[in-house]
Design a protein around this ligand. Structure first.
Ligand SMILES: Cc1cc2nc3c(=O)[nH]c(=O)nc-3n(C[C@H](O)[C@H](O)[C@H](O)COP(=O)(O)OP(=O)(O)OC[C@H]3O[C@@H](n4cnc5c(N)ncnc54)[C@H](O)[C@@H]3O)c2cc1C
Length: 376
């Protein structure tokens, strides 16, 4: 039976936990990002040849989970090194790798990722952002919504489509769109989320890009896209598990001390058992996340697909329940700013909705794993 976590993983976990503890819930995103960069944590998954740590999503998910557990999650880890870094490392040209990977690894550059569109939503087959050729250039037109961190990012990896010259069918393709590209505009969406990163609506109005803005092969876009989506799901699981652990730890601490009858409230099973269940659910979700990360890092994209979906589902649900129970454990204090848990009620829903909703994962398992027919 292989060990779930190696000694190196344990050492990484405790070192990142110490960094998270120094920054805590009142963290400054930029200061934490640059310290994590200096310590080599942002690029742990990227190839050593390009300045990364030579590890995988197993290591990067440990970084995000531990920062989240300390109350200071770096959401852009899901996007910049995990999706964009992975896709460029696996499919980018040598020039793209040279230009982006060392900078993503040392945190001097950041990349956002845009697939969601207003009229497609969960049905990504319906995306209409279109790339057409003009000489050697590409011209991109379309709209995206809910794209995180575009203001922080030097470029956005945009999922568009090109037309197959032979069949006329649209096929997905990935383009690197620089922040200041003419015709590329962003509008912040007014989210009710207390988070350091904002979401944006993007408009691409005839954005002209050079030929080398296309990542990888025009004919293998779907494969390349999936190579980035599995790490995104695994990292979202890490984000959710970290947040759930953070809320649970606060609730446990409170339940140990708070006394309104003769014993601390944590001695009442009505308080203790749901907290114990929350802990079990988070641990189980982490086990599935570790399985997904191990499969992905071993190069098994297909096996990782199912496990990454299940891990994201389990972690999202465990996070929502842990936060809900934590808030309840604190009674009135659960809703005060001082204890900082109420805002997590909204934040914890993110992992249930994004990057793929709970229902779409249940659909995936129904169809792909159980072989049940489709309703849509
Ligand atoms: C905080 C945040 C950050 C985000 N960051 C990014 C980002 O950086 N980049 C990016 O590209 N996107 C991002 N997203 C978008 C996210 O991936 C989408 O919100 C998500 O994929 C759901 O799409 P939708 O919001 O259009 O919901 P819809 O697709 O409209 O779904 C609405 C509801 O209908 C249900 N539903 C839809 N179809 C079915 C079906 N067939 N069966 C059963 N139920 C169904 C869904 O489960 C959901 O509950 C972010 C979203 C949030 C909230």
């Amino acid at each position: 039976m292989p060990t779930i976590e190696t000694d190196e993983h344990k050492a990484l976990r405790s070192a990142v936990a110490a960094l998270g503890k120094r920054h805590g819930r009142a963290y400054d995103r930029e200061a934490l990002w640059s310290e994590a960069a200096k310590l080599g944590y942002l690029g742990v998954n990227l190839p050593e040849a390009y300045g990364g740590g030579g590890g995988g999503i197993s290591e990067l998910s440990i970084v995000l989970e531990e920062l989240g557990a300390a109350g200071c999650p770096l959401l852009m880890l899901v996007v910049s090194p995990a999706i964009c870094g992975t896709v460029i490392a696996r499919f980018g040209t040598d020039a793209q790798k040279q230009h982006w990977l060392p900078a993503l690894a040392d945190g001097t550059r950041l990349m956002a990722f845009g697939i969601t569109e207003p009229d497609a939503g969960s049905n990504s087959h319906r995306i209409t952002t279109t790339a057409r050729k003009d000489g050697d250039d590409w011209i991109l037109t379309g709209r995206k919504v809910f794209i995180s961190g575009v203001d922080l990012a030097d470029a956005t990896l945009v999922v568009g489509r090109t037309e197959d010259a032979r069949t006329g069918r649209l096929k997905p393709c990935l383009f690197i769109v620089p922040r200041d590209a003419p015709g590329f505009t962003r509008r912040p969406i007014d989210m009710e989320l207390a988070a350091a990163e904002k979401q944006f609506e993007l408009t691409l109005d005839d954005v002209r890009l050079p030929a080398d803005a296309l990542v990888g092969d025009e004919d293998a876009g779907l494969l390349q896209l999936f190579a980035g989506l599995n790490p995104e799901r695994i990292m979202t699981a890490a984000f959710a598990i970290g947040m759930g652990r953070h809320a649970l730890a606060k609730a446990v601490e409170y339940a140990r001390d708070r006394q309104v009858w003769n014993t601390p409230i944590g001695a009442h099973q009505a308080i203790a058992h749901p907290l114990a269940q929350a802990h079990i659910d988070l641990e189980l979700a982490r086990l599935m996340m570790q399985k997904a990360a191990a499969l992905y890092d071993a190069g098994d994209d297909t096996g990782a697909g199912e496990a990454a979906n299940m891990a994201k589902y389990a972690a999202g649900e465990a996070c929502v329940k842990a936060v809900d129970q934590a808030v309840h454990t604190l009674g009135g204090n659960g809703l005060t700013r001082e204890f900082g848990l109420a805002s997590l009620i909204t934040a914890s829903r993110v992992a249930r909705i994004a990057p793929v909703s709970r229902e779409m994962i249940l659909n995936y398992v129904s169809h792909q794993t159980l072989g049940l027919p489709k309703s849509y």
